[in-house]
Write a protein that binds this ligand. Structure first.
Ligand code: C2O
Ligand code: CU
Ligand code: CU
Length: 532
């Protein structure tokens, strides 16, 4: 799927962009503040050609990594170190959320809840530093959001009590201490949260795809692994790109599939790597339908060849292996793309380069062959169209980097400006947040705590995004759902519609930040308040 012409365009664009800001780039390089991306990486274990596709994909089970735990009952999670046999050779020390389960111990469990459930999770911090559990994507109050505003000190504990009032979908949880989120996630502190509701259960019945068999989560994270199988992280690093990819905590796994439709729920849990997943057979994309985004199901299914999945984003897709004969192989590849890292052209190759994530091996179907056709998917879920925001107030937010290589949202940098709210939104207000990225920047996956939003327009989008438009105002299929994280590409202006209604009383503070965790830790984050 390499497109040499597009590559050439990238080179031209990158150099063009660099020329415009030659001064700042030079300063950034030589201040040494954030380190040069490639230069800051440790000596890497070079990946032997036969190291990929050796282990079967981990399927959520009853114990170990990604074990399933129902949140019907209170849960005790302990943030701690834990050895895990991820690679051949010595075990890898993870930092993980551990829980007792009947079969033994669960690490970074896949949590399940239903919309309307009250959940109660205790965090016992057995690490030597602050941590939290942030409930990414959930409508929660400040106290239970698990942001760095409420750290739990090493040796300490606290409870998160919240009512799940989100639509069905794949959400996730992770550590969120100020300045240490990148380090703690790279070492492992993250897991998935699957929420169910009536619509989801109805769809599941119609699709007839059994969870754990042909309906599978794919939690994707790249890691820097050294020769001793240890996870490496350099504090103060910039965009942390891994040399190995874990899917469900399995390095570059394989999955046996029958020639039929599958449902995959992908979550990008990488620190910084923006993925462009595509299921390929002999370099041709397999039929794929996008049916859900961060905040659950879309109204209808959209055919796509591939999509962009930035750190923290999730998508729900159906993929058809039906045309493949037993013995055939397919691959889940992150395709190369124009990374547009205009302030550091040397990093563009690592960020946007093609990467094989998983192999799919077609095997004979031993039972009755499942139907080749899907049921109609034109009214899967009730989803209002993007709201008419003509009379909503607009809050302008501008993403930029200064001459010292520090990230800003308008004039706020979390380290320089302090942690007090940058502004207050009236509870119940409806606002348009217009996020504009500078042309000489890189894509930033911007994430809002506490609320899901609708993308209402994209303007000045790069060709790779414009080419995905399926609806007026530049919207892509992914934009048509509810989302909590949106990529704002260099030069782009993205407008979000946010309804700040919520059932909580008193001022609630939340974060808006880039989910490139190194950007977040460098202060590309602000606090805002919601109050009456
Ligand atoms: Cu997924 Cu502020 O985080
Ligand atoms: Cu979040
Ligand atoms: Cu960023």
């Amino acid at each position: 799927m390499t497109d040499p012409q597009r590559r050439r365009f990238l080179v031209g664009l990158t150099l063009g962009g660099a020329a415009v800001v030659a001064g700042p780039i030079a300063m950034w390089r030589y201040t040494g503040g954030h380190g040069h991306r490639m230069g800051s990486l440790p000596d890497l274990q070079s990946l032997p050609p036969d190291a990929r596709f050796v282990q079967p994909l981990r399927i959520p089970g009853s114990e170990g990594l990604m074990a399933e735990i129902d949140l019907r009952r209170p849960l005790e999670l302990s943030a701690q170190t834990a050895g895990a046999a991820l690679f051949p050779g010595p075990p890898t020390q993870l930092w993980a959320y551990a829980a007792r389960v009947p079969g033994g111990e669960a690490l970074n469990p896949l949590l399940r809840a239903r919309r309307g459930d009250a959940i109660d999770v205790g965090l016992h911090n057995r690490l030597g530093e602050d941590t939290t559990v942030h409930w990414h994507g959930l409508h929660v109050d400040e106290a239970n959001d698990g942001s760095g505003l409420h750290p739990v000190a090493g040796g300490g504990q606290r409870r998160y009590r919240l009512k799940v009032d989100n639509r069905a979908g794949l959400y996730w949880y992770h550590a969120h201490p100020h300045g240490r989120t990148g380090a703690q996630l790279q070492r492992g502190l993250a897991g998935l949260l699957l929420v169910e509701d009536e619509e989801e259960l109805a769809l599941r019945q119609r699709l007839g795809l059994r969870w754990g068999e042909r309906d599978l989560p794919l939690m994707i994270a790249d890691k820097q692994i050294d020769a001793g199988n240890a996870i490496v992280y350099k504090d103060g690093a910039d965009d942390w790109i891994g040399n190995r990819v874990l899917v469900n905590w399995t390095p570059e796994p394989y999955l046996d599939v029958i020639p039929a439709w599958y449902r995959f729920r992908l979550a990008n849990v990488c620190n910084a790597r923006l993925l462009r997943p595509c299921f390929l057979h002999e370099d041709k994309p397999l039929p794929m339908l996008l049916i859900g985004s961060d905040g659950g199901l879309l109204e209808r299914a959209w055919p796509v060849d591939d999509l962009f999945l930035a750190p923290a984003q999730r998508v729900d897709v159906l993929v058809d292996f039906g045309a493949l004969a037993p013995g055939a192989k397919a691959v889940l590849r992150s395709l190369d793309y124009v990374a547009m890292e205009n302030e550091d052209e040397s990093g563009a190759v690592a960020m946007g380069e093609a990467l094989d994530l998983m192999e799919l091996r077609v095997i004979e179907c031993v039972t009755e062959r499942p139907p080749a056709q899907l049921p109609p998917l034109d009214a899967m879920a009730k989803l209002p169209p993007p709201p008419d925001t003509a009379d909503w107030p607009v809050r302008a937010l501008r993403l930029r980097m200064d001459e010292q290589g520090r990230w800003f949202i308008n004039d706020w940098n979390f380290h320089l400006s302090g942690h007090d709210p940058a502004f207050t939104v009236k509870r119940g207000a409806r606002e348009v947040w217009e996020i504009r990225n500078s042309m000489t920047s890189m894509p930033h996956p911007m994430h809002l705590h506490g609320f899901q939003f609708r993308v209402v327009s994209r303007a000045i989008s790069p060709p790779d995004v414009r080419g995905r438009q399926v609806a007026p105002n530049g919207l892509t299929a992914q934009d048509l759902g509810w989302n909590d994280t949106v990529v704002v590409w260099p030069g782009e202006i993205v407008r979000l519609a946010i309804d700040f209604s919520q059932p909580f009383a008193g001022a609630q503070r939340y974060m808006l930040h880039c989910h490139n965790l190194e950007h977040e830790d460098m202060g590309m984050m602000l606090t805002f308040a919601v109050a009456d």
